[in-house]
Write a protein that binds this ligand. Structure first.
Ligand code: SAH
Length: 221
């Protein structure tokens, strides 16, 4: 129990003050969306990483979360969610690549309902525990191949991918609502963030910043 309280209240490097400093840094880096900043100010990022790494959870780094995967650095999480939230009204969102569940937790503060799919089962279990610990109840986790999207909640107002694909998987385009937006890293060795908007006539793609994500794989594990 004492341990749990310590983990939540945070001491030193995991306190609310450390989190507020991270948010100040995000502002300096050009993140303007107040909903993103407020969400990242409220979600304790250290809960999602190994205790041994907790003191680095708020630094400008990506960190290992096991199984060869990483949690993205705070700036890239903020940037992707800022691009996703351009309309300021996120209803239902799909995340591909739950990983440790951090980005899903941040999304849960910005959207009504979040669906998140992950192909590595033990990662999903860990994410489920962390979300439960934080009493986040509007995230639905699924052990599935994100190349197929997630029919359960479709169509989505927003889709965000945390792994890079060579091409946009077709089912994801189909599951995007008209008026919806998708943000994803596209490419292999060289990747760029891509924003796809769906309107009545079709899809409009905009290529943005250079990024580095783990690859989108196939099948479940
Ligand atoms: N949003 C995560 C980032 C995790 S890294 C976080 O906040 O921690 C990307 C994740 O995508 C990895 O966990 C990886 O296993 C997952 N992934 C890769 N290909 C996938 C696929 N086809 N379907 C579902 N998840 C996938």
């Amino acid at each position: 129990m004492a341990d749990l309280i310590k983990r939540h209240n945070g001491i030193g490097m995991t306190s609310q003050r450390t989190r507020a400093r991270m948010v100040e840094r995000l502002r300096e880096q050009g993140i303007r969306d107040e909903a993103v900043l407020a969400a990242m100010n409220s979600v304790p990022r250290h809960i999602f990483v190994d205790e041994a790494l907790a003191s680095r959870a708020y630094d400008e780094v990506s960190l290992p979360i096991g199984f060869g995967q990483t949690i993205s650095n705070p700036r890239i999480v903020a940037r992707m969610l800022e691009l996703l939230n351009s309309s300021g009204d996120l209803g239902k969102v799909l995340e591909v690549g739950t990983g440790c569940g951090y980005q899903a937790a941040v999304l849960s503060k910005m959207a009504k309902e979040v669906y998140s799919v992950e192909r590595i089962s033990p990662l999903l279990s860990k994410a489920r525990n962390s979300l439960r610990e934080l009493k986040i109840h509007n995230v639905r986790l699924r052990h599935a191949d994100g190349n197929l999207g997630c029919r359960d909640g479709s169509p989505y107002d927003g889709i965000v991918m945390a792994a890079a694909a060579a091409q946009i998987p077709k089912p994801l385009l189909e599951q995007l609502a008209v008026g919806g937006r998708m943000v994803l890293p596209l490419g292999g060795q060289e990747q760029r963030l891509c924003v796809v908007e769906r309107n009545e006539r079709g899809f409009v793609e905009t290529i943005m910043d250079e990024v580095k994500f783990v690859p989108l794989l196939h099948g479940i594990n």
